[in-house]
Structures are given as structure tokens and as C-alpha cells.
Design a protein around this ligand. Sequence first.
Ligand SMILES: [Zn+2]
Length: 330
Amino acid sequence: MKVCGKIISRGEKVKVSLSVSKMFNGSTLEIPIVVINGVKEGPTLCVVGGVHGDEYEGPRAIAEIIKELNPKKLRGTFIGVPVLNVLAYRWGSRVTPEDQKNLARVFPGKRDGTITEKIAYTFTQEIILKSDYIIDLHSGGTDYSYMDMLCYFDVPGEVGRKSLELAQMFPISIIFRSFEKPIGRLIDTAISNGIPSVGTECKGEGRYQESSKNIYTSGIKNVMKKLNMIDGTIEELPQKRIFVDLIEIMSEHEGFLKTKLELGQQVTKGTILGTLIDIFDREICRFKAQTNGIILAIKTKPIVKPGDYVFILGKRIQIRKNWQDKQELD
Ligand SMILES: [Zn+2]
């Protein structure tokens, strides 16, 4: 197979570079990627981390899998991209410092766009469209604390059914629903091209957490076992799953967020989730739960700007029974 202009034979583990753009100093902005081409036929699974530069568990999990995987024992191809937004990662930044864009909102990118849009475009053309399955690993980053959770796509047919199947391979109980309408994430582009995909979230809080990295490595290995890419028994899956829709609670104002809520707490409609205050401790506004639900994310960096989401609530849902039917959601 050929990736980023390099021919990779069966049984090889090769580092390649995705060229994005020329720079004024004569060098090229490149994304490092490892392709592990198994000795036997099978699907192509691409696992991506570092779409946001302040999320560290995905990159560490992918590096570990790359080290461990033996192409002689692999069926199919593993494409590992520890850090997709290398520009943001070196600053530990959510957005790309050069153009202040969020890589998870610009997919499928633009050939003649800004640097972030060009990363999305070249990655879509060279990697996403050559993959059979995609896993996109995220976290709460610098500003938020998240419950471990991951998404499946509520789209009819095989793509939806398989994306749920992938999601259920992770040792994570909370699974949230994503819809077909794209919002510029890497997995939106994958799904709209018929590629089953999942996106994951874990704690964040500006830190690297080994326990979340372990959940990710375990999930990736389970997916590979499910797809018959490696041998072994699927492990550590939770007994119960909670399916939810995400409800973001947005701030209309700037201020300092005060809250006593904990992740995982159940709240009822009307519960005061937190208060926004000014620098003299005067109340600006209160945030209320619009529905019964579970607290899935809290803005732990207390400085809030208008348009920031300050909490994410999980509202329980039933998943569709029939993946062929466009309407049925029970
Ligand atoms: Zn992210």
C-alpha cells in the first residue's frame, strides 16, 4: 500500500510524513504518522490523537499501541497518528496558534485555506478516505473536566450500526449520540464518507491521566480484536451502558464560575448548577438545568466568556432498534 507517497509492504512498520504546507524558512510542515501493514489482509483502522493540542491521553495511547503492535501478527493495517495538530500540541493549546482555528470544526478542510484548514484537507485526502474505520481520541483539555464518554452516530444502515459497535468496545459506560449533520469534526467527515467512526472524551483538567490512557489503549485493542485484526479476548467492558444526548449549557456573559457540582451527579430540571459572579463577588447570572440529567462536563477553568459552554448535561435516551429505518428512534 502507498501512504504519503511511501510504499509500505506487508509485514512492515514505517513512519511516514504527511506534508501540509511549505514554510518561509524552506522547511515543510509535516504530520508524523506510523503505518503498520499486517502480513495478512484485513481492514484499515486509523486512530488519531492531538486534534486539540491540550489533550494528552490519546497521543500517549497511540504511541503505546504503535510500539506494541507486531506487523507479523496483524491482519489489515493500523494507521497511528499520535498528534494531528502538531502546531497546537507544542504549545499545549486547543486551537492552532497560527490562525486561532479549532481543527475539530474545520473538517473536511480547504486546499487553499489557512494552516488548520490545510491540515484537515490533506489529512482527509491522504488518510481518512483510505481508512475503513476511524477512532478520534480527545479529552476535556485545559479548561474542562469530562466524564469518560464516547459517541456513536445515529445514522441509518451499516455505518450507524458499526459505529455503535466500535463505541461498545471501549470500557466506558456513557455513550452519547452524534447526528449526521456535520459540525466540522474529523469523524463527521469520516461518517459522511461512509466510514464507521467513534470519538472519545476523558477527564482533561489540563493534566495527563494515566488511567484514561489505559482505558484508551484497552478500547483500541478491543476494537482490533472485534475487527479480527489481532488475536485475543475482548476485555473489561462495562455491564451497563448509559445512552445520552448532550445538552450544553452556555454562558451569555463574561464572569467567574462558582459551582459545587461533581461529575456524574444526577440533577433534576431547574437545579441551579452554578453561578457567574463579577470580580466584586456580585452575581451576574445563574445556570439552571433545563432537563433531568447527569453532569458530564464542568468548566474547571473558572474564567468564562460569552459563548462558552459551562456544563454539559447528559439526558438519557433509548437507542434505535432498527438501523435500516430512518425514523424509528425507540
Ligand atoms: Zn478535543
